[in-house]
Design a protein around this ligand. Structure first.
Ligand SMILES: Nc1ncnc2c1ncn2[C@@H]1O[C@H](COP(=O)(O)OP(=O)(O)OP(=O)(O)O)[C@@H](O)[C@H]1O
Ligand SMILES: [Mg+2]
Length: 234
């Protein structure tokens, strides 16, 4: 459903991605793993339209979205849960969620979608009127994911959802991500928590210094000892 061809992204003179290609298939839960500074956030932000490709092409559901304006990506069916969650901490949880569905298309289904995200994350119901900044880290991550889901995306992009959360919370969060995928949303996940990402993903890519160095099912990658040792912490 998403075809990334030879993507190059730079910050001024500093090149961060050197011709990255990847494919997200319909219904897939895919992860991109790699060390600090590998370019994971750069990649996922480019896929969400927040960073412009210097070279290369993004094709989403058969449509070239490479030059699409950033705010059109959400409209096109791609939603991002950014690194560090980026909630409006002074606004209530409900207000944050409503921001996720400002598009005309998703606005019409706002109530229904809200019920769906609350079903996924029941704790959100009792927090709707609370300022988002008062929630725990795990709850904030749930709200960040819920906010992205309010746009009813067909592709959900997640940047390090497990960052700074306890193992128990991470476990619940990944169960939710799995569920989101199982009921029909394709997911591309960027993670430093390689073990967890490998456990839930259908397929994985390894990014290092702005280049893809390996691709395969978690089982295939873990069987390649040089990859497993260098990048997967095995
Ligand atoms: N706004 C920026 N301006 C200049 N260089 C940047 C900027 N953001 C990132 N970089 C550089 O681009 C490269 C890739 O960074 P990026 O944040 O994409 O990596 P990452 O894999 O997400 O790392 P982390 O695991 O720490 O989140 C790094 O060398 C980084 O220093
Ligand atoms: Mg990052």
């Amino acid at each position: 459903m998403l075809e990334v061809r030879d993507l190059q992204v730079a910050y001024g003179a500093a090149r961060a991605l050197w011709g990255v290609s990847l494919t997200v298939r319909q219904g897939e839960l895919l992860c991109v793993v790699g060390p600090n500074g590998a370019g994971k956030t750069t990649l996922i932000n480019a896929l969400a339209g927040l960073l412009r490709a210097r070279e290369g092409q993004l094709v989403f559901e058969g449509r070239d979205v490479t030059m699409l304006a950033p705010h059109r990506f959400c409209d096109a069916g791609i939603a991002l849960v950014p690194e560090g969650r980026r909630l409006f901490t002074g606004m209530t949880v409900l207000e944050n969620l409503e921001l996720g569905s400002y598009l005309a298309r998703s606005k019409a289904q706002r109530r229904e979608t809200l019920e769906q995200v609350i079903e996924l994350f029941p704790v959100i119901r009792e927090k709707l009127a609370s300022p988002a900044g008062e929630l725990s880290g795990g709850q904030q991550q749930m709200v960040a994911i819920a906010r992205a889901l309010m746009a009813r995306p067909r592709l959900l992009l997640l940047d390090e959802p497990s960052l700074g959360l306890s193992p128990l919370i991470v476990h619940d969060l990944f169960a939710a991500i799995r569920h989101i995928n199982a009921v029909g949303t394709s997911v591309l996940l960027v993670e430093q928590n390689v073990a967890m990402a490998m456990e839930v993903s259908h397929r994985a890519y390894v990014l290092e210094e702005g280049r893809m160095v390996a691709e395969g099912t978690p089982r295939e990658l873990l069987a390649r000892s040089e990859i497993a040792r260098a990048y997967l912490g095995v």
